[in-house]
Design a protein around this ligand. Structure first.
Ligand SMILES: [Zn+2]
Length: 196
């Protein structure tokens, strides 16, 4: 069982193939995996490892075991336009607010983004409430900028969904403050391509 906080550990995609070193960041798509960690690893070592591969190496790599597989979609690199931390937080927060307009449909995204916002110290965890009858958990944060309380339903996504959401967020941040983000659900998390 992977940690719920796996999405805080998934690295941004590398610019080169993990096997042959070929450049893969020039836009387009390439396969990415969460590599398998051996069973006898101790807790500390049991962190998933993201690896990115070029199309040439993939047929060989896919024979190995891995937790999850997905096709990463890359925007062409725009090194000077990546939002700084304050902009990033503002963009992420606006994305969160926008998704929260349909909280039920976007529960997994909201859960992941709320934890990223906590990591970035925009949200501060206040409490987790558990409904004794249904077992449903609600996590409540305080927005440190506005002092408002924000609650999300605890909906930890599976690994592939997390990877898809993290990539989606990175693409969103790479685009900068776009007033018309793509409709959520258009690229649903969890629907990672199967390795065949
Ligand atoms: Zn390669």
């Amino acid at each position: 069982m992977l940690s719920r906080e796996i999405y805080l550990k998934i690295a941004r995609p590398r610019n080169t193939c993990a096997k042959c070193g070929a450049a893969i960041a020039a836009g387009g798509k390439h396969p990415s995996v969460l590599a398998v960690v051996p069973d006898d690893d101790d807790e500390a070592g049991a962190e998933p490892l993201r690896e990115d591969f070029c199309e040439q190496c993939w047929p060989e790599v896919r024979e190995r075991g891995y937790y999850g597989f997905w096709i990463a979609r890359r925007e062409p690199p725009k090194p000077d336009t990546r939002a700084n931390k304050r902009e990033r937080n503002a963009i992420l927060l606006s994305y969160f607010d926008w998704l929260a307009q349909d909280a039920a449909a976007n529960a997994q995204r909201l859960y992941v983004i709320s934890h990223l916002l906590m990591k970035f110290q925009v949200f501060k965890w206040l409490r987790t409430d558990r409904d004794d009858e249904t077992g449903a958990e609600t996590v409540t944060f305080r927005n440190t900028a506005t002092d408002e309380e924000v609650s999300v339903t605890a909906t930890p996504p599976d690994e592939e969904a997390v990877a898809a959401i993290v990539d989606e967020i990175n693409r969103y941040l790479d685009r900068g403050p776009d007033p018309e983000p793509a409709a959520p659900g258009a690229e649903s998390g969890g629907a990672a391509a199967s390795p065949d």
